[in-house]
Design a protein around this ligand. Structure first.
Ligand code: NAP
Length: 201
């Protein structure tokens, strides 16, 4: 059985590298998303274990005993999402990583809060576009869970700006994960460049 469980919301897109790294380190990684099947590569599909009676669930085995469990769920139904995650969790989550669009964030994080171990750390990832021009970075969504916040910016290259690559994003979020697991005080970090006026607020 995996020793530690991470719940990663929005972990099948640009944060896939972050989720894969946790899996490689032996974590049980639970990934709710709308299209879970599409997240599995051929190696993962080959490793699928039969759970045919649960149509919204699939699993893959990682190295070091890690286990990836993908669950079909939508942020628009946060309580159903939490119920589906609860079905597959062997124990309360030791870590929550949340890349959830701002309009769903509070409802989804509150719905999954009962699935977390007491004081389990949280890493919240924000798009810089979601930072309020007056109020700045939102307060952490969950009281009682030390929260590292990450604001995703952009990269300037040869006079042009572009989004962070998926790898740059995953590396930046993994650094926040390590700060969280090391028990560092709650903080806000940016990855790439972010409008400095926004970050002052
Ligand atoms: N500052 C930056 O660098 C930055 C910021 C934002 C976006 N981008 C760029 O824009 C591209 C697209 O960004 P994106 O926002 O689509 O992020 P993404 O990380 O590519 O995908 C979003 C993640 O959230 C899940 N998700 C989305 N809506 C959901 C819902 N209603 N319910 C449950 N899960 C949901 C997706 O899975 P499902 O689709 O399976 O549900 C996926 O896991 C990125 O690839 C990136 O290149 C860059």
């Amino acid at each position: 059985m995996s020793e530690r469980t991470a719940l990663v919301l929005g972990g099948t897109g640009m944060l896939k590298g972050c989720a894969d790294e946790l899996l490689a380190q032996g974590w049980q990684v639970v990934l709710p998303s709308r299209r879970p099947e599409g997240t599995l590569g051929s190696a993962a599909k080959a490793a699928l274990r039969g759970r045919g009676h649960v149509p919204h669930l699939s699993q893959a085995q990682g190295e070091k005993g890690g286990r990836k469990v993908t669950v079909a769920a939508d942020w628009a139904q946060p309580h159903e999402l939490a119920d589906r995650v609860r079905e597959v969790m062997e124990r309360p989550a030791d870590l929550l990583v949340a890349w959830v669009h701002a309009s769903y964030r509070d409802d989804v994080l509150r719905a999954v809060a009962p699935l977390l171990a007491p004081h389990a750390p949280v890493v919240e990832v924000h798009d810089s576009g979601a930072i309020h021009p007056v109020h700045g970075v939102p307060d952490p969504a969950l009281d009682g869970h030390p929260t590292q916040q990450v604001v995703l910016g952009f990269v300037r290259h040869g006079g042009k700006t572009h989004w962070l690559s998926h790898e740059e994003t995953s590396v930046g979020v993994l650094e926040a994960v390590h700060r969280a697991l090391d028990g560092r005080p709650p903080s806000v970090h940016q990855v790439g460049e972010v409008d400095t006026w926004l970050m002052r607020h």
